[in-house]
Design a protein around this ligand. Structure first.
Ligand code: NAX
Length: 333
């Protein structure tokens, strides 16, 4: 058996974590031969709830789970980490302005970035889920200057999976037969779900998505809006935000970081833009198509971008620039 790895989940008493922890602990993400020490961080008032989560994990009697460490202290939570999944963040409360919400989250991710810098392994892989995920991820990366920026990513895999499933349902095939959808930009309603490079396997023959779907108006209209608004639709129906599907997407994202993407396929994740790909400005965490090998991602470059796509990619970049520029003003506060 390999040495155990240390995996942190923040927001561990919350609803996404409740769907997520079992999958991680039973080996779906880091492999069936990889023992795990799970570190569960939440805020002090949630510690009693977290105790219940710990009891349930113990009661699962899982072979790979070497230890479970519940805590409300960053110096305990971030120590010697191999992977950090940052789910906890400040939720929007009634009457709270966007700017106040951003300020509260900058404080959280600045502090957690500094804790990564101080206590985690320099090889730690950090996945930010808590919203606004892209900007929170950027703040965490900026607050951990000795950890490579490439080790930070944010979750747009849920949007990616949503887009994949919408196309699959339209074509009457399983989602596994749809590959290379792209989510560009922000994990918000300005994100651009792009199917210009997507392929659909229809009864053994691969077709471009536009040929397979045969409804350009749907692909350029309702499809995009459905994916962009899916989070809100789930909240409206369930009175709670996406949790099961978010947990599945987190597992997909981190598993791909750990073991790589399949040959010929790419996925979407929010990663650091150095200004060299697709005209996206530097110093943003922007969702790109990526391929992963040896735990390193690479943006899939050279895909043709038409005017329709260009304007949508620019619009979501504009939103991210604005969010970043506001967020950094809170960094010194
Ligand atoms: P919950 O409110 O159920 O849980 C959040 C947990 O985080 C709570 O237990 C809270 O006490 C804890 N928390 C708050 N501040 C913390 C801190 N500083 N340190 C540690 N823990 C802290 O929310 P849940 O439904 O689990 O969602 C968590 C986050 O994921 C939200 O920000 C949500 O907006 C975001 N999402 C992001 C998605 C993405 O694709 N990037 C999709 C799903 C989800 O909406």
């Amino acid at each position: 058996m390999a040495e155990p790895i240390r995996v942190l989940v923040t927001g561990a008493a919350g609803q996404i974590a409740y769907s997520l922890l079992f999958s991680i602990a039973k080996g779906d993400v880091f492999g069936k031969d990889q023992p795990i020490i799970l570190i569960l961080l939440d805020i002090s008032p949630m510690l009693p709830v977290l105790e219940g989560v710990v009891m349930e994990l113990q009661d699962c009697a899982l072979p790979l789970l070497n230890d479970i460490i519940p805590t409300d202290k960053e110096e305990v939570g971030f120590k010697d980490l191999d992977a950090a999944i940052l789910v906890g963040s400040m939720p929007r409360k009634d009457g709270m302005e966007r700017k106040d919400l951003l300020k509260a989250n900058v404080a959280i991710f600045k502090s957690q970035g500094a804790a990564l810098e101080k206590y985690a392994k320099k090889t730690v892989k950090v996945l930010v889920v808590g919203n606004p995920a892209n900007t929170n991820c950027l703040i965490a990366a900026k607050s951990a200057p000795s950890i490579p920026k490439e080790n930070f990513s944010c979750l747009t895999r849920l949007d990616h999976n949503r887009a994949r499933s919408q196309v699959a349902m339209r074509c009457g095939v399983p989602a596994t037969q749809v590959k290379n959808v792209i989510i560009w930009g922000n994990h918000s309603s300005t994100q651009y779900p792009d199917v210009h490079h997507c392929m659909v396997n229809m009864s053994g023959s691969e077709q471009a998505c536009f040929e397979a779907v045969k409804d350009d108006a749907w692909l350029k209209g309702e499809f995009i809006a459905t994916v962009q608004q899916r989070g809100a639709a789930v909240i409206k129906a369930r009175k709670l935000s996406s949790a099961m599907s978010a947990a599945k997407a987190i597992c997909d994202h981190m598993r791909d970081i750990w073991t790589g993407t399949p040959d010929g396929e790419f996925t979407s994740m929010g990663v650091y833009s150095s200004g060299n790909s697709y005209g996206v400005p530097e110093d943003l965490i922007y969702s790109f198509p990526v391929q992963i090998k040896n735990k390193s991602w690479k943006i899939v470059d050279g895909l043709a971008i038409n005017d329709f796509s260009r304007s949508k990619m620019d619009a979501t970049a504009t939103e991210l620039i604005e969010e970043r520029d506001t967020a950094v003003t809170f960094l010194g506060v």
